[in-house]
Design a protein around this ligand. Structure first.
Ligand code: UN1
Length: 496
């Protein structure tokens, strides 16, 4: 039931919870039942400017705090995430909709990332290398860059902010954080934890509002040299365009159209488990979700009937209920978009094997539920096999051999995750080399990346940067090369 929220939440700027300047607000709603959870401000340019100013000022002292000391705060943050894990998990279910186990995983990923990046406080390694000349020392060091604009999505409302904010802070950058409009309350809790852990004022700020206002202002702001955005391809392109005149460093993590290849020799039941988990976990709302399955001719029919059987057993419902396998999708407009792709698939001549409709029984109509959907006999060029749907819809495609399977898997504009199920080591190594994607799994689905390896994709999935792992440090720092000549005389490189 919808309950009227009373107070509008605040932004956190310069260590204070402050009202936004305007009156305009938006509500955050539980996608399982339509309940209003809170009201947040649609902040103005002036609010963004104020946050950037605070972050810019804080940068001057934060960059000089020794990295191991910055890291001590992150260790405390990680511990606070552990202490508040149950509460954050429950709020993740209520505000974003994923089921409890997955919501716990979302929080756990932030715990893992924060501990991992805290450990970097005592590394942040550079290089030393011999000089060409006598009595000359040289090294490279990482230096912080300045204010980061962190623009995050709703599908991993705790984990993804940690992917951006934990490395930024340990590297000595300061942050203005704009959480997704569907999950502002989780963004607020996230920032509270940094406040409780004793992060100095201004080092992390949060400004609520829309991408077209707050996000765009951050991207165009001259005092924000770094932007890290996880979002759609369209928003990614606009972000790159808007940031280009200021030559900003822009990290983009965009869409996927990830395929699972199932070869004729695969362990079929294992493949079915991997596909069901990767296609319908988080209701298919992961950049890494499997939305295509490319199956060998001799397993196609058996695989397809097993998948349909398993998909039809999945129970839809509120993620807080123990019995729920698949939660809602994030909102009504996502529901409409997902359903429009069912219509597109049918029009294109694909065979709808199961699902393909909004679920309304037993009160599900109060929320945004879509039945797990499988299309068979999909041709690789069809729109349902090319475009990111971001919902519980998977397309089954036939392939005659590993070469064709890899060609079809690569025949899209994205390149995030990929997978092959096979017992043949030769095919597995072919896939590891030839799948054009940032991530390849062997005998596992397309989801489940761990925080200490690089995360990101090739082609239209991004612009070549990676987050997580050591790779994240390259985005949040700039290299400086330092030469110290202790010969007491002029030594000319490449000449003497
Ligand atoms: C995303 O969908 O944007 O690998 C992130 C995974 C998770 C992260 C997904 N660890 O599926």
């Amino acid at each position: 039931m919808a309950t009227a929220a009373t107070e509008t939440s605040k932004n956190y700027i310069g260590g204070e919870w402050v009202d936004a300047t305007g009156e305009d607000t938006f509500d955050t709603v539980n996608p399982a039942n339509g309940e209003t959870l809170g009201t947040f401000p649609r902040s103005s340019d002036a609010d963004v400017d104020r946050a950037v100013e605070a972050a810019k000022e804080a940068f001057e002292s934060w960059r000089l705090v020794p990295a191991p000391k910055r890291a001590e705060i992150l260790f405390r943050v990680a511990q606070r995430f552990i202490d508040r894990k149950d509460e954050l998990t429950e709020l993740t279910v209520r505000e974003m909709g994923k089921v409890r186990a997955e919501a716990g995983g979302d929080v756990q990923e932030a715990i893992d990332m924060t501990f991992y990046m805290a450990g970097e406080g005592r590394r942040l390694f550079g290089q030393t290398t011999p000089s060409e000349m006598l009595d000359k020392f040289q090294m490279s060091v990482r230096q912080p860059v300045g204010v980061v604009g962190a623009i995050t999505p709703w599908n991993f409302p705790i984990a993804i902010p940690s992917w951006k904010i934990a490395p930024a802070l340990v590297c000595g950058d300061t942050v203005v954080f704009k959480p997704a409009r569907d999950t502002p309350m989780l963004g607020e809790r996230f920032v509270e934890i940094f406040e409780e852990a004793g992060l100095p004022p201004g080092v992390l700020n949060i400004v609520h509002g829309g991408g077209e206002s707050v996000g765009e202002r951050l991207v165009k702001h001259p005092d924000v040299p770094l932007i890290s955005l996880t979002g759609s391809r369209e928003v990614g392109i606009r972000t790159a365009e808007n940031g280009a005149p200021l030559l900003k460093h822009i990290h983009l993590e965009l869409g996927g159209k990830n395929a699972i290849i199932v070869m004729d020799d695969a362990d079929l039941d294992l493949a079915v488990d991997g596909i069901i988990w990767s296609a319908f976990g988080t209701s298919g709302q992961r950049c890494t979700a499997a939305s295509r399955v490319i199956a060998g001719q001799s397993v196609y029919d058996a695989l397809s009937s097993k998948l349909v059987e398993r998909a039809e057993m999945l129970r839809l419902g509120d993620g807080l209920e123990e019995s729920t396998d698949v939660g809602p999708v994030v909102n009504r407009s996502a529901l409409a978009k997902i359903h429009s792709y069912t219509e597109i698939g049918v029009d294109e001549g694909a065979k709808l094997l199961t699902g393909g409709e909004v679920a309304t029984e037993n009160g599900l109509d109060k929320g945004s539920f879509y039945r797990p959907t499988i299309f068979g006999e999909v041709e690789p060029g069809m729109r349902i096999a090319q475009e990111e749907i971001f919902g519980p819809t998977v397309a089954l495609i036939r392939a005659t051999d590993v070469d064709e399977a890899i060609r079809v898997a690569n025949g899209i504009e994205f390149g995030l995750s990929s997978s092959i199920f096979t017992r043949d080591v030769n095919k597995a190594f072919r896939a590891m080399r030839d799948l054009n994607a940032g991530i390849t799994y062997v005998n596992a689905g397309t989801i489940g990346a761990e925080v200490h390896l690089p995360f990101g994709g090739t082609k239209g999935t991004g612009n070549g940067h990676r987050e997580a792992g050591q790779a994240a440090l390259d985005f949040y720092t700039e290299w400086k090369s330092i030469y110290v000549d202790y010969s007491g005389k002029l030594q000319r490189a490449q000449i003497d």
